[in-house]
Design a protein around this ligand. Structure first.
Ligand code: AMP
Ligand code: ZN
Length: 107
């Protein structure tokens, strides 16, 4: 399958990794929309939040916990966690990913 995030998961194309477990990985977004912008993905190919099944609950919780741990690692005081879902929702890459966005100067 021609999926860029599956290729990153299989280390067929490079990414700036921040975290990796048996089931997920986190890497720097190539075109950051915030001073700190990482993507957390399951290694398994799941198209989007809309394609989750009942047996994915633990995996989904794992993505959120990984983002929380990364935010702590980067000492982010506040941050946004975003799932874009479908084209109308701004999803461009059809492999489930959680955006971790932060690092803006304090207001
Ligand atoms: P989305 O619009 O939610 O599908 O977001 C896809 C994100 O993936 C965008 O923020 C892109 O900058 C990012 N992206 C695309 N290709 C790569 C890549 N090879 N490595 C890292 N990030 C990527
Ligand atoms: Zn994929």
């Amino acid at each position: 399958m021609d999926c860029v995030f599956c290729k990153i998961a299989k280390k067929e194309i490079p990414a700036e990794l921040a975290m990796e477990t048996e089931s997920l990985m986190a890497f720097k977004d190539i075109r950051p929309s915030a001073p700190v912008h990482y993507l957390v993905i399951p290694k398994e190919h799941i198209q989007s939040i809309a394609h989750l099944e009942g047996n994915h609950k633990e995996l989904l919780a794992g993505l959120i916990y990984a983002a929380k741990d990364l935010a702590a690692k980067f000492d982010l005081k506040g941050y946004k966690l975003v799932f874009n879902v479908g084209r109308e929702g701004g999803q461009v890459i059809d492999h489930l990913h959680l955006h971790l966005l932060g690092g803006w100067p304090q207001p």
